[in-house]
Ligand binder design. Sequence first.
Ligand SMILES: [Zn+2]
Length: 97
Amino acid sequence: MAKEYAKSFYKSTAWKKCRQSYIKKVHGLCEHCSKPGYIVDHIEEITPENIGDPDITLNHENLQYLCTPCHNRKTFGKHDPIRDDVMFDATGNLVRR
Ligand SMILES: [Zn+2]
């Protein structure tokens, strides 16, 4: 489940369009390994402070399309893998509980 502040964003038409057009742009392939991708990831993570800023949330420059293994590597590579303060929402984005 996404954080309350992010729920309406992920349900928004603007995000769905942005996400779909981004996936098309990268031909549906993971940008790291070129296997079929799964997750549109925000490079600069969405926070309550920037969620109203389309330059962050709806900017293709701030997105990357990843397959699940690459996303997990990105997400957990630099951190302790045992964390209970983060999770994935319905669209596969990492969110804080
Ligand atoms: Zn990959």
